[in-house]
Write a protein that binds this ligand. Structure first.
Ligand code: F6R
Length: 249
């Protein structure tokens, strides 16, 4: 068993969100020009809510922060309510003083998506690399849209969503048929270059993936388990997501 991940088990979703927000806020206070990698989905919503509160009540300043999102559905317009562009602006960016010129989200409508992926990698490099990357985890162990079997050295690219992910994400759509089958996603290699990583998970349906991530052998079949090879990863999970861990710290 490899023990490089720092594991924090908290009571519930709210505490997970607060803990994550306090890490993000500390990093921003240390470095006003922080390059922040961001995720979408149900997991980070509470984190964004708490960061918005900190901006309003504690003057947490995002004006110098650059952001890079992990992924976007291929084919969705930024105005589409199911797009990750829409998600990020409506759940976070519109409520803090982030400079829109500093916001980067993969372009799901890029004319040449493969060329866009190369350009996205270039933009991350140009920004000096990601200082702090926030991650959620799929019930199948995916990080960003790196599904099981993704290569450890993969870069930003067009990916196919797994059947499991399509089923999991159908809850955000009217019908499962509407869930896009492809996305642009940062690669595992891209994510592993972030200086610091915080992975969040809440709820019973993440318990298996968390047990494999934290206590399993690192394998491309469980992409999040590859994070064990990174030097600075903090995993913050609530009790339900921690419920299949054999050892609790
Ligand atoms: C989203 C992303 C995905 C999600 C994961 C969990 O940008 O990269 O890997 O983090 O699918 O999604 P939720 O939080 O909705 O359970």
């Amino acid at each position: 068993m490899v023990e490089t991940l720092k594991l924090i088990v908290v009571e519930d979703y709210k505490e997970m969100s607060r803990k994550a927000a306090s890490i993000v806020a500390d990093e921003i206070r240390k470095n006003k020009k922080l390059v922040l990698g961001l995720a979408t989905g149900g997991t980070p919503l509470g984190l964004y809510g708490e960061l918005i509160r900190m901006h309003k009540e504690e003057k947490l300043d995002f004006s110098g922060v650059k952001t890079f999102n992990l992924d976007e559905y291929l084919g969705l317009d930024p105005d589409n309510e199911q797009s990750y562009h829409y998600f990020m602006f409506h759940n976070f960016f519109n409520y803090v003083n982030v400079d829109r010129r500093n916001v980067h989200i993969p372009d799901g409508k890029a004319k040449d998506p493969n060329a866009f992926c190369v350009e996205y990698e270039r933009m991350i490099k140009e920004a000096g690399g990601i200082d702090l990357q926030i991650l959620g985890i799929g019930s199948n162990g995916h990080i960003a849209f790196n599904e099981p079997g993704s290569k450890a050295d993969s870069r930003t690219r067009v990916v196919d969503l797994s059947e499991q992910t399509i089923r999991d994400n159908a809850r955000f759509f009217k019908d499962e048929k509407e869930v896009p089958r492809k996305a642009i996603s940062m690669g595992i290699g891209t994510i592993m270059e972030a200086k610091k990583i915080v992975l969040l998970a809440s709820g019973k349906n993440k318990a298996d993936a968390i047990a494999k991530t934290v206590e399993g052998m690192p394998t491309e079949e469980v992409p999040a388990s590859l994070l064990q090879r990174h030097r600075d990863v903090t995993v913050i999970v609530d009790k339900e997501a921690a419920s299949k861990l054999t050892r609790r710290q």
